[in-house]
Design a protein around this ligand. Structure first.
Ligand SMILES: Cc1cc2nc3c(=O)[nH]c(=O)nc-3n(C[C@H](O)[C@H](O)[C@H](O)COP(=O)(O)OP(=O)(O)OC[C@H]3O[C@@H](n4cnc5c(N)ncnc54)[C@H](O)[C@@H]3O)c2cc1C
Length: 396
């Protein structure tokens, strides 16, 4: 019998497994995919997330793959006019103690997996698709598609937005389409004109759309993400390929620099953004959830992965402290994490309003909108609570 079975070897599941192993708890991770890996896309980890990754001993490993951008800038969707937005780099590190980094997902995933496997070489079990969980006195049981079962003292469902563990505990969910489709792609940086291949993040503001690009993997690649309001595509998956023609059509009339990037994309992928209502509980008996499985977050703040990492650290601390008392361990975990993740879900929702503000359609009004909504001081006030939070220091 495992002490802790983690379902899903994504960013959240691996962060939890690493934190548990570091606290001396035995862990087995069960992943549906036949190989360990992540989609070809970028991820930004803000200082509240790097604080946890540093506490897990990953500072040096991160340094080998990260981009430490100097700043973010805003550009106007049709004229290309550019405004400095906020400082990152040393400013962020000095303010929060840890940096804001831009990464390839596969690099972050690889360094988490490497750290887990160094502590327990046989910790990860591949091609194990969980179909449900059951519980009886003193243990939980995980069922797999293969017909196999494993028993564990605790089960953590880190199996993402379509979580089978969640469904098994609380029944099917009812996602609602937001009317927004996200595109993602990576582009080799050397293929782009030099004014676009800078070590900064850029957000293009426009009507009914938003384009974001930033450097990843030591600056060798550019991560491209864009959001567009349209209602003819409702599949929530990162593995559905679209065409560059369809992507270009979504940004018809946008500045030539946006189209210069789109032209260098080989395969763009599209994902329909869905929302789900907050879950009153995440746990039952000896089984709980983390990350997207219990609080999927719209990507308007870049916090879904960071919240999964924070969850992973806190669940490990709660289990280490109250292992013999499941009710106490999981109640404490929910108490600490629910309030925090709900605030982030709400803030992300709110941010959608400024990202798609109708004022952004108008060339003159955009400067007023930027001065009001996007200015550094105001953003700092709005997000201090988010970035200053220390998941490694909470009282368990
Ligand atoms: C456009 C976009 C941009 C984003 N940008 C950012 C960003 O910059 N910063 C940030 O922090 N977040 C970002 N996010 C959010 C982030 O990607 C997610 O919140 C994060 O990946 C959640 O991690 P997770 O470990 O909970 O789930 P996942 O990453 O989904 O991992 C789940 C794992 O479980 C496995 N699995 C699933 N079902 C089963 C099963 N039945 N049995 C066994 N294994 C299973 C999967 O194969 C996978 O390995 C973004 C999201 C989107 C859509």
């Amino acid at each position: 019998m495992s002490r802790v079975a983690v379902i899903g070897a994504g960013i959240g599941g691996l962060a939890a497994a690493l934190a548990l192993l570091q606290r001396g708890l035995d862990v087995d991770v069960y992943e549906q995919a036949p190989e360990l890996g992540e989609v070809g896309a970028g991820i930004q980890i803000s200082p509240n997330g790097t604080r946890v990754l540093y506490a897990l001993g990953l500072e040096d490993a991160l340094r080998r793959v990260e981009v430490l951008p100097s700043r973010r800038q805003i550009r106007h969707w049709s004229t290309g006019e550019t405004w400095d937005w906020f400082e990152l780099g040393a400013t962020t590190r000095n303010r929060y103690g840890t940096p804001h980094v831009m990464l390839h997902r596969a690099d972050l995933h690889g360094l988490l997996a490497g750290a887990v496997l160094r502590l327990k070489p046989d910790a990860v079990h591949l091609a194990k698709r969980c179909t449900g969980v059951a519980q009886s006195d003193g243990q939980a049981q995980v069922r797999f598609e293969t017909g196999e079962t494993v028993n564990a003292a605790y089960v953590i469902g880190a199996d993402g937005i379509h979580s089978k563990v969640r469904e098994s505990l609380f029944g099917p969910d009812k996602p609602e389409f937001t009317g927004v489709v996200a595109w993602r792609a990576v582009v080799p940086m050397p293929s782009l004109p030099s004014h676009l291949s800078q070590m900064i993040g850029t957000n293009w503001l426009g009507p009914k759309g938003h384009v974001l690009h930033y450097p990843i993997r030591r600056g060798e690649l550019m991560n491209y993400i864009s959001l567009v309001e349209r209602d003819d595509w409702q599949v929530e998956s990162w593995t559905i390929a679209g065409t560059t023609g369809e992507l270009a059509n979504d940004y018809r009339g946008w500045h030539a620099d946006v189209h210069a990037i789109i032209r260098h994309i080989k395969t763009p992928y599209k994902w329909a953004l869905m929302v789900r209502g907050p879950m009153p509980r995440w746990s039952k008996g000896r089984v709980t959830l983390l990350g997207d499985a219990c609080h999927p977050i719209l990507p308007f703040l870049g916090q879904g992965g960071v919240m999964a990492i924070e969850d992973g650290y806190v669940i490990a601390a709660c289990l280490a402290k109250h292992f013999s008392d499941p009710a106490k361990a999981l109640a404490r975990y929910e108490d600490i994490r629910k309030e925090r993740s709900s605030a982030v879900v709400r803030a992300s929702h709110e941010n959608r309003k400024s990202v798609f503000s109708p004022a952004l359609a108008d060339k003159d009004a955009i400067a007023v909108e930027i001065a009001r909504e996007w200015q550094q001081v105001r953003l700092r006030e709005r997000f201090e609570w988010l970035y200053a939070y220390d998941a490694t220091g909470v009282q368990i």
